[in-house]
Design a protein around this ligand. Structure first.
Ligand code: FAD
Length: 324
C-alpha cells in the first residue's frame, strides 16, 4: 500500500467519523461548492455541513480539529475562489443567522447572519451604522474577517468607512478550542486585514453599537449607496464575481493599474476582467478556477512589467490548486 493510499484511508475514516458526530440532516457528501459562492466556481467538498447555530458551528470545528479533518468556514462565499478539484475535508457553511437589536441600539448577531438582513432590520427600526454596507454580499463573520468597508457617506464619499466603526465585541472559538469574548484591540482591524487572517480563530457571535437616526433619511442613503454601486460595479446576478480581486495599493488603485495595461474585457476561457471595473473579474458562464488563476497571473505580470508593482490577491483561495 502506498503512503497516499494510507493517508486516503485514514482521511475517509476520519471523515465518516466526523459525519457521524454531526446532525445528518445538515451533512452533504461530495457537494459541489460553486452554487454556494458568488463567483459560481468550485468543485466538491468531501463534506459540506450547514451550521444553523453558533453552537453548531463551534461544535463542528471542535470535532473536525479533534479528528484531524481539514476544515474551512464559509459565509456567503463572496470573497473566495474555490479550486476546481474542490476541498478535501469539511466545509462548514455558516447559516447561523439569529439576530436582535436591544432598545439601546446594541445589535447582537450570530456570525452567519447576512449583512443585508441586518441593514434592513436596523434601518426599519431607525438605527444607523450599517446602511453604508448595503449591497455588499457578506455574513457577519466574513465582514469581521475582512473589516468590511465602503466609500461613504453620501454625497461626498470622501472617506472609506469600516465595519470596525460600529463593532463592539465578539465571541470567538479560539485556536485552543476555547470560547472567549474579545474586543477591537484583539481583532486588530486594518484595511482588508484582521487577526482572522493570521490565526484560525472563528467568530461565533458579534455585537455592534448603532445610533438613533431618522428612518426616511436612512432609506434615502440606502438608495444612494445602491445607485452609486450599481453605476460602477458589475451586477452580481448577471456577472458572478468575488468583488475586488487585488488588494488596494495606497494612493494608486489596483484597478487603475490593470486598466492602464488595457486589460478591461481581457479573457481567459470564461473568466474576464470586467469592462466596468478593472479590479473585478467576472464569470461569463462556465469559468473555472484555473481560468481565474491564469487571468490573475496575466494581470499581475502585465502590471509588474509596466509599473513595477506586484499586485496581491485580496480573495482567499480555498482547496486544492495545482501550483502555477
Ligand atoms: C459583488 C461584490 C461586491 C463586493 N463589495 C465589497 C465592498 O464594497 N467592500 C468590501 O469590503 N468587500 C466587498 N466585497 C467582498 C465581500 O463581500 C466581503 O469580503 C465579505 O465580507 C465576504 O463575506 P462572506 O460571508 O461571503 O465570507 P466568505 O467569502 O465566505 O469567506 C471569506 C473569508 O472569511 C472567513 N470567514 C467567514 N466566516 C468567518 C467567521 N465566522 N469567522 C472567521 N472567519 C470567517 C472565511 O474562512 C474566508 O477566509 C464584495 C464582493 C462581491 C462579490
Amino acid at each position: 500500500m502506498t503512503d497516499h493510499a494510507i493517508i486516503s484511508a485514514d482521511h475517509t475514516k476520519a471523515l465518516e467519523e466526523l459525519a457521524r458526530q454531526l446532525d445528518p440532516a445538515h451533512v452533504h457528501r461530495a457537494e459541489p461548492l460553486a452554487p454556494y459562492t458568488t463567483f459560481r466556481i468550485g468543485g466538491p467538498a468531501d463534506l459540506l455541513y450547514n451550521a444553523t447555530s453558533a453552537d453548531a458551528l463551534a461544535t463542528a470545528i471542535s470535532h473536525a480539529r479533534a479528528l484531524g479533518v481539514p476544515w474551512f468556514v464559509m459565509g456567503l462565499g463572496a470573497n473566495i475562489l474555490v479550486a476546481d478539484k474542490g476541498f478535501r475535508g469539511i466545509v462548514i457553511r455558516n447559516v447561523a443567522n439569529a439576530h436582535a437589536i436591544d432598545p439601546d441600539g446594541r445589535l447582537h448577531a450570530e456570525s452567519g447572519a447576512i449583512v443585508r438582513d441586518l441593514v434592513l432590520d436596523s434601518v426599519r427600526q431607525g438605527w444607523s451604522g450599517l446602511e453604508h454596507y448595503v449591497g455588499i454580499p457578506s455574513t457577519v463573520g466574513g465582514a469581521l474577517w475582512q473589516n468590511l468597508h465602503f466609500l461613504s457617506p453620501a454625497p461626498e464619499r470622501s472617506r472609506t468607512m469600516f465595519i470596525s466603526e460600529v463593532f463592539e465585541s465578539c465571541e470567538i472559538l479560539a485556536e485552543d478550542d476555547a470560547r472567549r469574548v474579545v474586543d477591537a484591540s484583539y481583532i486588530n482591524f486594518g484595511y482588508d486585514d484582521t487577526v482572522f487572517h493570521h490565526t484560525r480563530d472563528i467568530v461565533l457571535r458579534a455585537t455592534f453599537k448603532l445610533e438613533r437616526a431618522d428612518t426616511a433619511t436612512l432609506h434615502r442613503i440606502l438608495q444612494e449607496n445602491l445607485a452609486w454601486r450599481g453605476a460602477r460595479h458589475p451586477w452580481l446576478e448577471i456577472h458572478p464575481s468575488a468583488g475586488s480581486i487585488f488588494k488596494k495599493i495606497a494612493d494608486v488603485g489596483a484597478g487603475r493599474l490593470v486598466d492602464q495595461c488595457g486589460l478591461k474585457g481581457f479573457r481567459v476561457g470564461d473568466a474576464a476582467i470586467s469592462n466596468m471595473h478593472a479590479n473585478i473579474m467576472v464569470n461569463l458562464g462556465a469559468a473555472t478556477a484555473a481560468d481565474v488563476r491564469a487571468l490573475i497571473s496575466h494581470a499581475q505580470q502585465a502590471v509588474a512589467d509596466k509599473f513595477g508593482h506586484m499586485l496581491e490577491p485580496e480573495i482567499a483561495f480555498v482547496g486544492e490548486f495545482d501550483v502555477t
